[in-house]
Design a protein around this ligand. Sequence first.
Ligand code: PLP
Length: 280
Amino acid sequence: MLVYLNGDWIPADSARVSVFDRGFVFGDSVYEVIPVYGHRPFREAAHLARLKASMTAVGMDERLGPVHWPSVCARLAETLPTGDGTLYLQVTRGAAPRQHAFPANAPLTLFAYARPRVSEPAGNAACTAILCDDIRWARCDIKTTSLIANVLLVQEALSRGADEALLVRDDRVNEGAVSNVFAVCGEQLLTAPRNHLILGGITRDVVLELAAGLGIVVEERAPSRAELSDAREVFITGSSREVTAVTRIDGKPVGDGRPGPVFHRLHAAFQTFKEEVRMG
Ligand code: PLP
């Protein structure tokens, strides 16, 4: 497998990054994951805009690492054997003697590779979740590789026999450790507003568009813990899991414990949309 590293295409086994790279030493680094269907990067412009926004938010100067990401993405997407998979893009603040202050003019480290899709995303299959205190920092809108809190939260979910951790801050369920969250509460479909407490998911945006097209009204308001526990349906969205129903939270069934009608409509619409992308 060839990976992209600082302008070169190198076999993954021989690609090398300095031990003084700030991505390694400080987690001083941002990233993107872009789904690919039929060799076509999905919502590439939105993902690249979010990468740029993350870089701007952490003060990374693009001029220190010029790259034409669309060409890199196109070449990586071509290598996927079935045409489906994900692209991983990462930008670090480069290698420099260890001190917290930004280094002067260190070139950014630019890294990207393609990962084939191992199986179809969960789709209709359900997943389970637990509720956890949101122990992350207050800039969840930046897609940074400083993911230790998310790592701990996912591990907590797995150790309790669940797939995802739904994160609660000030009694509001804002998102998951690796996903955005939607909940059907009474007659309303709720999802947290796009602000510094969530990562503005590209899949979330697609689902909002599909919901609008289907006449499903979405209120951008984070459900309270009580609302979530009474929800008739809960589902999560993300680039890898697409749109996946959550059928149990903390061991208790959501609604009747099966994926519900709102999920089914949005999931079907997402599959259709995805196939259109795949076919070009
Ligand atoms: N929220 C968090 C914390 C995530 O890590 C992710 C994806 O990795 C998402 C939401 C979903 O974002 P996207 O739909 O762009 O993949």
